[in-house]
Design a binder for this molecule. Structure first.
Ligand SMILES: Cc1ncc(COP(=O)(O)O)c(C=O)c1O
Length: 392
């Protein structure tokens, strides 16, 4: 049957029709009050979700552009920067810093481990550093790093902290100003349920101060140019913005804020718990430290004798559901279920049912309905959707 495939990868995530329709609207000219109001609303919505009163800059780029902007604006060549690497995206932040000639001190973890504050402190004690770059959600392993705890030691050392929250912002609790984060990077295609193509970067006063002496080359991603344009009477971007994506993002943020930040987070927590219980009930092992905090993505070890990549391919071929395979050293060993963004409880139940059928067809012993039943028990323990909008 000709039905669209269902995304259950940790980004891009499904986009509500209302957001897609907004993107089909006529363009708003980008110099003038119409776009000014649009950019202001998107910026202020992001500030609410990042819990920051710092400037938030919006780029037409994927999340990686936002990460690159951090290196270009904060550092000078040979500045020392500490980068915990516990997966694919930690590696990426480190690689960008290397590409710009920074003196990169990685803290290397086995994939699946969480960053330890003591290690960050030790790396900062070893020699002066300009900044620490870390993920909140390391999407390749599902692990949530404790930004609050790391921020405390980084602040103590008087060093800047930049957080890649691309796959966690909006899905996992975040308190930019409360934790003292200098720079937060987000992307449109994850928990916000908008289409890919926008990156967001918040910049603290201390980070602005650092940009004044940082000499790395920058042009498209020059934060100061974005701030100067935003500060006009009608806020603008310095270059032609992705107007259609911004129209979609505005609707995505309205939906998000109408549901309510706390309610959206509660929904992610419950969907994550149900997914994990369902997977455990199938006799599969969850992967990574601090699993219960991994509200954005669940990483699962492929069972003995079954290749994770083949499993992902077969779920897609047989049931049109797109899970994510393992990356790097986890290739074939792990598969990942994304549940951040526009999902409800029946998305999880459908996904677990597809997993049961696929595992069965691959020779893994499955009691039909056992994963689904475990997930339903998680949902049943919560009030019904009609009684409690947080549990839709
Ligand atoms: C934690 C994290 N950082 C950075 C990125 C890179 O974002 P993009 O693919 O939008 O460049 C991703 C994308 O999956 C991510 O999950």
């Amino acid at each position: 049957m000709d039905k669209p495939e269902i995304l259950m990868s940790p980004g891009p995530t499904p986009v509500p029709p209302e957001v897609l329709l907004a993107q089909a609207q006529p363009l708003v000219y980008h110099r003038g009050p119409g776009y000014g109001a649009l950019l202001r609303e998107v910026t202020e919505g992001l500030q609410q979700i990042m819990k920051t009163s710092n400037d938030v800059l919006v780029f037409a780029s994927s999340g990686t552009g936002g990460l690159e902007s951090v290196v270009a604006n904060l550092l000078s060549p040979s500045d020392r920067v500490v980068v915990p690497v516990a997966g694919y995206f930690g590696e990426r932040f480190a690689k960008i810093a290397v590409a710009y000639g920074a003196d990169v001190r990685t803290i290397d973890y086995a994939w699946g481990q969480a960053v330890r504050t003591d290690d960050v402190k030790a790396a900062l004690d070893e020699a002066p550093a300009k900044a620490v770059f870390m993920q909140q959600s390391e999407t390749s392993t599902g692990v949530i790093h404790d930004v609050e705890a790391v921020a405390a030691v980084v602040k103590e050392a008087g060093v800047l902290l930049a957080v890649d929250a691309v796959s966690s912002l909006g899905a996992v609790p975040y308190d930019g100003d409360g934790w003292g984060v200098d720079v937060t990077v987000g992307g449109s295609q994850k928990a916000f349920s908008a289409t890919p193509g926008l990156a967001f970067v918040s910049v603290s006063p201390a980070a602005w101060e650092a940009t004044k002496t940082a000499t790395n080359p920058r042009f498209y991603f020059d934060w100061a140019a974005y701030k100067a344009s935003y500060d006009l009477k009608n806020p603008e971007n310095p270059f032609t913005p992705a107007i259609s994506l911004m129209l979609g993002m505005r609707v995505a943020l309205r939906r998000y804020l109408d549901e309510g930040v706390d309610n959206v987070l509660a929904r992610h927590r419950i969907l994550s718990a149900a997914t994990k219980e369902g997977v455990r009930a199938l006799g599969l092992d969850l992967f990574g430290e601090g699993r219960e905090k991994a509200w954005a993505v669940t990483a699962v070890r492929a069972p003995e004798g079954i290749d994770g990549n083949e499993l992902v391919a077969k779920v897609r071929a047989d049931h049109s559901i797109i899970l994510a395979p393992g990356q790097g050293p986890l290739k074939g060993k792990v598969f990942r279920i994304g549940h951040l963004g526009y999902y409800d409880r029946f998305d999880i139940i459908r996904c677990l049912a597809a997993l049961e059928l696929t595992l069965h067809s691959m020779g893994y012993p499955v009691k039909p309905g056992s994963g689904v039943a475990a997930a339903e028990q998680v949902f049943a323990a919560r009030p019904a959707a009609s009684a409690d909008p947080t549990v839709r």
